[in-house]
Design a protein around this ligand. Structure first.
Ligand code: EPZ
Length: 430
């Protein structure tokens, strides 16, 4: 298994190009199941999760062709991928494929809408909480589907004549369940109104793409989304929006090490809340053409409290990274996690680097220390792993991060992007 070796202490200076968003690319790829025409996605990141979803879609009958296109002078590739699902050849998503990635469960929406049935294994994914699927079941039942759990699978069946539009209000905000209900409703008869919908930019990106495919969706980005069902969808061409979590992660890395970096091909407004927290922590952040500049020179890191919340609140996917930053703040800060009940696995690993963190329920109390020291650490989920990289960049000496496959699920060319800015980061292939 690969490891990442980091020698800390260097400031970051230069430009980091931001990739397309993993969490937008995945539902967009799944949307290709809704049409027999070709859906072309540009700016698709090269990540393990994307490759895994391609295998799953292939199993359902999606024909996939990839154009790797070298963009800019850099080594960074942005890929354009064509997805064509002339016919759905299999409505079953088996355990061995779905258990590796939770988002693959989302095929249930398009399969049900287009074929009237789906048999999908209950999901796996990062071990960050129990992550039930009750909201998917309830919301698809609202469109008339029969949902039965049998032997670790959900058997979903649409009524004769297909799904029927309805009003459904989520009791809790869920990104995935909003994606799925929105996709299913595009082909339902009549109008669907989703209340308490997730407002994440990735939901808006999916709605924009579905509308280019002929769907009639309004209100994405607000908590009420209205979908007027249509009889079929066509192909489209769509560019995946920039990855706000990758953007925020590198912004936190710069705030941690000090230095001056342009984050390119991204949009500061995708992460207003995190930018605000970084400014309060002492980083200078200002928009530039095609992105923004983040710098911290001279001044120390100030302690800042954050609470994770659904968008537009502080993202849970940046919680671990922000905690990494706070380990070196000049004082005590608190990080409260409200989305997932078990998303603090990075705490004990950060402690191995010398961080002082205590947990009380869903809140971590972080007492900033003057210096972290390198150590061997183990990544336990995607965002936890990258928080260890951030801490390692500022630690004295060598940090070795093992189980790097977690990082490969969500960060495209991480070592290269950091090395170009002066960090000492290398992958050791075992
Ligand atoms: C998406 O996961 C993201 N994944 C996650 O990113 C992200 O952390 C999460 O949204 C929250 O922002 C992708 O987009 C692929 P949820 P999702 O349904 O959709 C509970 C990363 O690191 N819930 O919004 O699975 C659930 O347990 C990943 O890139 C139910 O109770 O998250 C959680 O507490 C990790 N019942 C809360 O809702 C359900 O049926 C929010 O989860 C569904 C969810």
């Amino acid at each position: 298994m690969d490891r990442i070796r980091i020698v800390g202490g260097n400031r970051l200076n230069g430009t980091i190009p931001i990739s397309g968003a993993k969490n937008a690319a995945l539902p967009l790829m799944i949307a290709s199941l809704l049409t027999s025409d070709t859906l072309t996605l540009e700016n698709v990141p090269h990540l393990a999760d994307v490759e895994q979803l391609m295998r799953i879609l292939g199993n359902h009958g999606v024909d996939i062709s990839v154009n790797g296109r070298r963009e800019r002078q850099s080594e960074v590739y942005s890929r354009t991928i064509h997805f064509t699902c002339r016919t759905i050849v299999d409505t079953t998503a088996p355990y061995d494929l779905v258990s590796k990635m939770r988002a693959s469960f989302w095929v249930i929406g398009p399969l049900l809408a287009r074929e009237g049935k789906a048999r999908v294994s209950l999901p796996g994914g990062c071990a960050i909480g129990t992550r039930p699927v009750d909201l998917f079941i309830e919301s698809l039942q609202a469109l008339g589907a029969d949902m039965e759990i049998d032997g670790g699978y959900i058997n979903a069946t649409a009524p004769k004549g297909g799904l029927v539009g309805a009003s459904y209000t989520f009791p809790k905000v869920s990104v995935g369940a909003t994606h799925v209900l929105m996709m299913a409703a595009t082909l339902a008869r009549g109008t669907t109104v989703i209340g308490n919908a997730a407002r994440e930019p990735e939901v808006v990106d999916l709605a924009t793409c579905l509308n280019s495919m002929g769907a009639r969706i309004t209100g994405a980005g607000t908590s009420t989304i209205t979908i007027e069902g249509v009889s079929s969808l066509s192909g489209a061409r769509h560019r995946v929006l920039p990855d706000r979590i990758e953007t925020g992660t590198y912004a936190m890395a710069v705030a941690m090490t000090g230095g001056d970096v342009i984050l390119e091909d991204t949009d500061i407004h995708l992460l207003d809340n995190a930018v605000e927290a970084l400014r309060r922590a002492g980083a200078t952040i200002e928009p530039v053409e095609r992105g923004f500049r983040v710098a911290r020179n001279g001044n120390g890191i100030k302690p800042v409290d954050v609470v994770t919340e659904p968008y537009p609140g502080f993202p849970t996917d940046l919680q671990a990274q922000f905690m990494g930053l706070m380990t070196r703040a000049e004082g005590v800060s608190h990080v409260t996690e409200t989305i997932f009940e078990n998303r603090f696995m990075h705490v004990q690993e950060l402690a191995r680097l010398g961080a002082k963190i205590s947990l009380s329920g869903q809140t971590a109390r972080i007492e900033g220390v003057e210096q972290l020291r390198g150590a061997p650490v183990m990544a336990t989920d995607l965002r936890a792993s990258v928080s260890l990289v951030i801490a390692g960049l500022a630690a004295e000496g060598e940090t070795m991060v093992s189980r790097v496959y977690h990082l490969d699920r969500g960060f495209e060319r991480l070592e290269e992007k950091l090395t170009r800015c002066g960090a000492i980061v290398e992958r050791i292939r075992d």
